[in-house]
Write a protein that binds this ligand. Structure first.
Ligand code: CUA
Length: 324
């Protein structure tokens, strides 16, 4: 009860919503708040009547006899007209926002989004960073609406960006899209909002909105940098390795990274392979090439074109550092 009250007090017009981070999000909140408060008003009205009338007309209250009333035209028109009008207002308001949510403005910054079990990959298709891919993080410059063209490699996922109040299913074999118009630089959480298997809840990403200068610095920096263990750890988390591979020896969807470097790994075809740099690189780029025994049937996505050589080297260094 107290929590519910807190949420209402924190954002009185649109309770339970996080801060709106775009004009569109504010427009959604306006409609949401309208529905929420109209609903609350009628809930209180109806429940109050439900409590009051049984009390007023209780046995023993000696009610006076009322005349026989068959109908009341004005009353009936009122109780049909007001709800009908409310519903029409909500319908047209809603359709208007719905169309707006899925039709991006012409001049936009386009990004291809791919959902896979269990990570989000992003490919910049417009602007200076065209061709650049990332995983688990999407950096975008301020100034233009961001248009996401989305598809799935396996099952149905759903791309959900609550701060901007946009969400759409991501479906294999077709494209869906949403767009948003960030107001200020910052980090915005992405969720997968469609149950898609074991690690559905770990299928997270961040949208990082930067000023054009910061963005330029970022995309230049990502192409060349020195591989280090720390960066490897960072990419292990950002690229989504973390959802399937532990570093403490426990078995998740895939084998743990702990202590594998330099040791022989038994394969599904009965042979074995030493987990050296080449094997790790191959496993990241062509995951189905050599599968460790016991992990048959796991559909790890390829990171070909998503992680560049420098990032791959960092991840290899990180796996090396988990030797014992
Ligand atoms: Cu992807 Cu849930």
């Amino acid at each position: 009860m107290l929590t519910i009250l807190t949420y209402i007090l924190l954002s009185p017009w649109a309770p339970f919503m996080p801060d709106a981070k775009s004009d569109f999000a504010e427009k959604i909140d306006l409609l949401y708040g309208f529905i929420w408060w109209a609903m609350t008003f009628f809930f209180v009205l109806i429940v109050a009547a439900m409590i009051y009338f049984p009390y007023k007309y209780r046995r023993g209250a000696q009610p006076t006899l009322t005349p026989r009333i068959t109908h009341n035209l004005l009353l009936e028109l009122t109780w049909s007209g007001i709800p009908a009008l409310l519903i029409l207002v909500i319908a047209f308001w809603g359709i208007n926002l719905y169309v707006r949510a899925y039709v991006p403005p012409g001049d936009n910054y386009e990004v291809n989004v791919t959902g896979k079990q269990w990570l989000w990959q992003f490919e910049h298709t417009g602007g200076k960073a065209s061709g650049l891919a990332e995983s688990g993080e999407l950096h975008v410059p301020m100034g233009k609406p961001i248009n996401l063209v989305m598809s799935s490699m396996d099952v149905i996922h759903s791309f959900f960006l609550p701060d901007f109040r946009v969400k759409a299913d991501v479906v294999p074999g077709r494209y869906t899209n949403i767009w948003f118009d960030p107001r200020e630089p910052g980090e915005y959480q992405v969720f997968c909002a469609e149950y898609c298997g074991d690690s559905h809840s770990g299928m997270l990403a961040k949208v990082i909105v930067q000023t054009p200068e910061e963005f330029e610095k970022w995309y230049k920096g990502i192409i060349i940098f020195d591989p280090t263990v720390d960066k490897g750890k960072e990419y292990y988390q950002k690229a989504g390795c973390v959802t399937c591979h532990s570093v403490d020896g426990s078995t998740l969807v895939g084998p743990s990274f702990k202590g594998i470097f330099g040791t022989p790994q038994p394969l599904t075809n009965g042979t074995s392979v030493v987990a050296d740099e080449n094997y790790i690189r191959e496993s990241i780029l062509q995951p189905q090439a050599k599968i460790v025994k016991g992990f048959e049937g796991q559909q790890m996505p390829s990171f070909q074109g998503v992680l560049n050589d420098s990032q791959l080297n960092s991840i290899i260094l990180y796996i090396k550092s988990l030797k014992q």
